[in-house]
Design a protein around this ligand. Structure first.
Ligand code: FES
Length: 357
């Protein structure tokens, strides 16, 4: 069952012109539910003009500091505009307990870590930087952070304070796309060429234990492949994507409609809380998650973009394919796990079980 719980806004800090950092407190009885690991995020829900919107924002603090999320206003974004302009201390927001598998469950120890962030992608990485550096006095972190200009750098002061505190262990390389820099290398976008130019003198993938990447899709792919080319094993590269490219909804709807009209349907069984629900769904244009929800099954979801892993299910029968997968490791896919928001039937009959529900 997917549950939302009230969180009270205890502080609001307008970090930049476009971004706000919101501190939240759960009710005493929900404190355990809201314990989190660095790199996780919260999913909020709120009604706007009668339509329920869900939005996920990464936690930027360490577990010791408590719940704090960074929200950057996006053009036309109802939730982020509300958070930046109309949210007040004392207000209540509804959120699901922390989720997400960005970060590492390994003992971090005295090793060297890399982070690559663009814009608000810094949010989960900041949480990781702070916990890694405070968790071991030998640990090192190198961050490459891309922004349009100095004024759009989120957590600028906090990053500066961290640099002062961990002089020899924390290194930040700012890359600006809209402002010329004295050193040409630090101008432009974080792409494959930029990575290759930085590797060696500035950033050492060869000595790094793990790399964390958070930003838009193109940047994330570029950095990941540059790191792999530099010899970093794929399973040491962790990423959290925001703004995933989604196929147009209208297009998908039209394909689902056409499949329905042509009678191109498959038999789907979704097992939820141990109970099977069987229905017909179009072979194209509608994900298993959407079909399940259309049939009043309370299937869990958050991003609907193949990023967050909230919608994980297991294929018990039949074949499916995933349109996007930014959350599951190869071995998990081999073991039958799927992101149901990205999952489309291939065989005439499929059975998917939501585990832990
Ligand atoms: Fe986020 Fe499916 S809802 S991966």
């Amino acid at each position: 069952m997917q549950d939302f719980f009230p969180l009270t806004v205890t502080d609001i800090n307008h970090d930049t012109r476009d971004a706000v950092v919101v501190t939240l407190a759960p009710r005493a009885e929900d404190a355990d539910r809201f314990r989190f690991r660095p790199g996780q995020y919260l999913t909020f829900r709120r009604d706007f003009d009668g339509e329920e919107l869900r939005r996920s924002y990464s936690i930027c603090a360490t577990p010791e500091e408590g719940l704090r999320v960074g929200i950057k206003r996006v053009e036309g974004g109802a939730f982020s505009t509300f958070a930046k302009g109309d949210l007040n201390i004392g207000d209540t927001l509804e959120a699901m307990p922390p989720q997400g598998r960005f970060g590492t469950e390994e003992e971090t120890g005295g090793k060297h870590y890399l982070g690559f962030a663009a814009g608000s992608g810094i949010t989960p990485i900041l949480s990781l930087i702070k916990s890694i550096l405070s968790g071991n006095d030998q640990a090192k972190f190198t961050l490459v952070y891309g922004n349009r200009s100095v004024s759009s750098v989120m957590f600028r002061r906090e990053l500066g304070d961290l640099k002062d505190r961990y002089l020899d262990r924390f290194n930040v390389i700012h890359v600006f796309s809209g402002e010329a820099q004295e050193i040409e290398l630090f101008s432009g976008r974080i792409d494959a060429d930029k990575c290759h130019a930085l590797f060696g003198p500035w950033v050492r993938p060869d000595t790094a234990e793990m790399a964390f990447i958070c930003g838009p899709e193109g940047m994330m792919k570029d950095v990941a492949s540059a790191l792999e080319e530099a010899g970093m094993p794929k399973n040491r590269i962790k990423f959290e994507l925001f703004g995933a490219a989604q196929p147009g909804r209208a297009k998908l709807k039209a394909r689902a409609e056409a499949a329905r009209k042509a009678g191109n349907m498959v038999k789907a069984t979704v097992i939820m809380d141990g109970a099977p629900h069987t229905f017909e769904m179009p072979r194209e244009g509608q994900s298993v998650l959407e079909a399940a929800r259309e049939h009043d099954i309370d299937a869990p979801f958050s991003c609907k973009a193949g990023v967050c892993s909230t919608c994980i299910g297991r294929v018990k029968k039949g074949d499916v394919e995933m349109a996007q997968n930014y959350a599951l490791e190869d071995y998990e896919v081999e073991a039958g796990l799927v992101l149901t928001c990205q999952c489309y039937p291939v065989s005439d009959e499929i059975t998917i079980e939501y585990e832990g529900h």
